[in-house]
Design a protein around this ligand. Structure first.
Ligand code: 5AD
Ligand code: SF4
Length: 435
C-alpha cells in the first residue's frame, strides 16, 4: 500500500507543535503528506478534549469518515485518544490507532504494526519519563519556531483534564533546548516560542539544573534569535526572576500569558489553583513595575460550580484592575476524571452564557480604551502574513499584538519593520510603515 497521510489538528499550540513532530516523523518513515483526506491512505486526527465541545468535534469528524474512510487507516491521537482510550474503537470501529502524546516516541513502532495489518494499535501508557524530541520536525511557520521544553502537568486544577491526557511533567535537558534553538536560528528562524502546559515549572534534568528563568534568558542569547516567547505560565510557579530576565534581556518579548481563571479567591480555592487573588496581583505588580511595558493576557472561566454573582463581580473587578491586553474566556465544561465533577451547584448553560457575555463586554471596553492609547506609537513588527485580497501585510509586536499595514514592497515576510499605529479598535490595530 502506498504510504500517504493527511492530518487534522485540533486544540492548543502544544498540539499544533506535536503535529509538526508527528508529520516530521511520518515523512522520515517514508510517508508522503497530502492536502485532502480522499488522497490519503492514512488519516490522522490530533485531538483536543479541553472542553466537551472540542471532544464532540472529533467524534463528528470520525462519524463523517465512517463511509468515506473505507479502505483507509484512521488514527486518533492526542488528548481525546488518551482520555477515551480503547473506548474509541467501540464508538468508531473504523479507527485503527489510538495513541496519546506520551506515546509519540513509539510512533515508528506503532506504524510498523499498522503496516503489518494490525487494526487495533494503541499507545496509551502515561507512565513515561520520555519527551517527544525529534530532529525531523516539519515546521509550518518559517519565522517562528516552537520548542517544547516541558511536557505533561503535575497540577490538579479541579476543572482540568490535561493531567489525565498528557501525563506527568517531564522536562527536556537545557542542552537539547539550546541546541534546537541554535539549529532553528541557523535555518533563519528569528523567533522562538517555548511551549509547555506549565513552562514555569521547567526543571533541567541534567546536572546544570537550570530553572525556567535561566533557560528563558539563555535561549534569548542564542545568536540569531531576536524574539523569545513562552506559553503557558501558572501563577503559582511564576516567580520574580522571570520578570527580571525579561527586563534584562531585550530579546525576551514584552508579553506574559498568565491565566487567572477567576477574580474570586473563593472560586480559586474551589478550582484548586493554589493561589489567591492577592498573590496573583503580586505577580501583576512585578510586571507593572518593570522598566519595559509588559503586555499581560489571561484565561477566564465563568460558571465554575458554585460561582455566585458576587464571584462574577470579583472577576469583572479584576479585569478592571489588571487591564489585560486581551483574554480568552470560556464557559466551564464538565470533564471526565476531574475533581469538579463531584461538586454540587452546577450553573445552567443559559446562566453561563449570560456571564460570559458580561465578561467579554467588560473586556472589550477595556481593550477599546487601551488600544486607543497606542495611537501614534511606533512598534517594531515581525511581518508574518499578507492579505491577498487587500494587499495588506500583518505582523506582530513584541507585546503580541497584530498590526495591519499597507506597503507596495514585494516581499516583507519574515522581516522586521517599524509601523506607526494610526487606527485602533477593540481587537485590531492598523498602521503605516515608518522609514
Ligand atoms: N472548562 C472550561 N474551560 C477550561 N479550560 C481548561 N479546562 C476547562 C474546562 N473544563 C480553560 C482554562 C485554561 C484554558 C486553556 O482552557 O481557562 O487556561
Ligand atoms: Fe486541548 Fe489541553 Fe490537550 Fe491542548 S493539552 S490539546 S488544550 S486538551
Amino acid at each position: 500500500m502506498e504510504k500517504t497521510f493527511y492530518i487534522e489538528t485540533f486544540g492548543c499550540q502544544m498540539n499544533a507543535h506535536d503535529s509538526e513532530k508527528v508529520v516530521g516523523t511520518l515523512l522520515h518513515e517514508g510517508f508522503a503528506q497530502v492536502e485532502a483526506p480522499d488522497q490519503a491512505n492514512y488519516i490522522f486526527f490530533n485531538t483536543c478534549s479541553i472542553r466537551d465541545k472540542a471532544e464532540q468535534k472529533v467524534f463528528n469528524r470520525l462519524q463523517h469518515f465512517k463511509n468515506s474512510g473505507k479502505g483507509k487507516i484512521l488514527a486518533v491521537i492526542g488528548c481525546v485518544a488518551q482520555q477515551e482510550g480503547e473506548k474509541i474503537f467501540d464508538r468508531a470501529p473504523h479507527v485503527s490507532l489510538v495513541a496519546g502524546s506520551a506515546s509519540y516516541t513509539k510512533l515508528p513502532e506503532m506504524l510498523v504494526q499498522l503496516e503489518a495489518g494490525n487494526r487495533r494499535v494503541t499507545g496509551l501508557s502515561l507512565e513515561t519519563d520520555q519527551t517527544f524530541d525529534t530532529p525531523f520536525t516539519s515546521r509550518d511557520n518559517p519565522y517562528r519556531g516552537w520548542i517544547t521544553i516541558i511536557e505533561g502537568c503535575d497540577k490538579s486544577c479541579a476543572y482540568c483534564v490535561v493531567p489525565f491526557t498528557r501525563g506527568p511533567e517531564r522536562s527536556r535537558t537545557s542542552a537539547s533546548v539550546i541546541e534546537e534553538a541554535s539549529r532553528l536560528a541557523g535555518l533563519g528562524y528569528s523567533e522562538i516560542q517555548l511551549l509547555g502546559q506549565n513552562v514555569n515549572s521547567y526543571r533541567d534534568p541534567s546536572p546544570a539544573g537550570w530553572d525556567f528563568a535561566t533557560l528563558l534568558d539563555q535561549v534569548g542569547r542564542v545568536a540569531g534569535i531576536r524574539r523569545v516567547r513562552f506559553t503557558t505560565s501558572h501563577p503559582r510557579d511564576f516567580v520574580k526572576p522571570i520578570v527580571d530576565a525579561i527586563e534584562a534581556n531585550p530579546n525576551l518579548c514584552n508579553h506574559v500569558h498568565l491565566p487567572v481563571q477567576s477574580g474570586s479567591s473563593r472560586v480559586l480555592e474551589a478550582m484548586q489553583r493554589l493561589y489567591t487573588r492577592e498573590e496573583y496581583m503580586d505577580r501583576i505588580e512585578w510586571m507593572r513595575g518593570a522598566r519595559r511595558p509588559i503586555a499581560i493576557t489571561s484565561d477566564i472561566i465563568v460558571g465554575f460550580p458554585g460561582e455566585t454573582e458576587k464571584d462574577l463581580e470579583a472577576t469583572l473587578d479584576l479585569l478592571d484592575e489588571v487591564k489585560y491586553d486581551s483574554i480568552f474566556s470560556f464557559k466551564y465544561s464538565r470533564r471526565p476524571n476531574t475533581a469538579a465533577l463531584a461538586l454540587g451547584d452546577q450553573i445552567s448553560e443559559e446562566e453561563k452564557t449570560r456571564r460570559i457575555v458580561i465578561v467579554q463586554e467588560r473586556q472589550r471596553a477595556i481593550q477599546m480604551r487601551q488600544n486607543a492609547e497606542l495611537l501614534g506609537e511606533v512598534e517594531e513588527l515581525l511581518v508574518e502574513g499578507r492579505y491577498e485580497s487587500t494587499g495588506q501585510w500583518v505582523g506582530r509586536t513584541t507585546r503580541n499584538r497584530n498590526l495591519t499595514f499597507s506597503s507596495s514592497a514585494s516581499d516583507l515576510l519574515g522581516t522586521y519593520v517599524n509601523v506607526r499605529v494610526t487606527r485602533s479598535g477593540p481587537n485590531a490595530l492598523m498602521g503605516e510603515l515608518v522609514n
